[in-house]
Design a protein around this ligand. Structure first.
Ligand code: 4NP
Length: 162
């Protein structure tokens, strides 16, 4: 099992959407038995909450089911997950801070947009929380493109094919 964790700030907008898109793509590839995914936030703002209704609508508009309850990143996650994918640099530095307490290497931490092909726009998945619905659609497109490439890289690296 390859374990992948998606991380944002609140765990109600970007990372649960990333997790749902990842699961959807893995399903289409007939590979669910090879991967385990989850998402969490670096903050404790929305623990126990369902995803933001705009993330739910956006996922549903693309035929994707999304169900998750907000939870906060813990040290156990850093021990348990092989790949930890941060949505932006602020999320990443929050992850580093938690790790530095335990003097761990940063090898398993990645930025989502590092996987997006031909991206010269930004290194970050923008936080859509304070914007409108169109921000969620933009996030969806970024995540969809990035996650396709992430999965292709994981398949190649671990030689996992259906
Ligand atoms: P997310 O978006 O990190 O993509 O889940 C946010 C959700 C909530 C807040 C900020 C960002 N907040 O400040 O409550």
């Amino acid at each position: 099992m390859i374990k992948v964790l998606f991380v944002c700030l609140g765990n109600i907008c970007r990372s649960p959407l990333a997790e749902a898109i990842f699961n959807h793509q893995i399903q289409k590839l007939n590979l669910p038995h090879k991967f385990k995914s989850d998402s969490c936030g670096t903050s404790d703002y929305h623990i126990g909450e369902l995803p933001d209704e705009r993330s739910i609508k956006c996922a549903n508009d693309h035929g994707i089911k999304i169900s998750h309850r907000g939870r906060q990143l813990s040290h156990a996650d850093i021990r348990d997950f092989d790949y930890i994918i941060a949505m932006d640099k602020s999320n990443r530095s929050n992850i580093y801070k938690l790790m530095d307490t335990y003097s761990q290497t940063h090898d398993q931490i990645h930025l989502m947009r590092d996987f997006q092909p031909n991206n010269s726009e930004s290194e970050e998945v923008p936080d859509p929380y304070y914007g409108g619905e169109d921000g969620f659609e933009k996030v969806y497109q970024i995540l969809d493109e990035s996650i396709k490439e992430l999965i292709a890289k994981l398949q190649k690296e671990h030689q996992v094919y259906a």
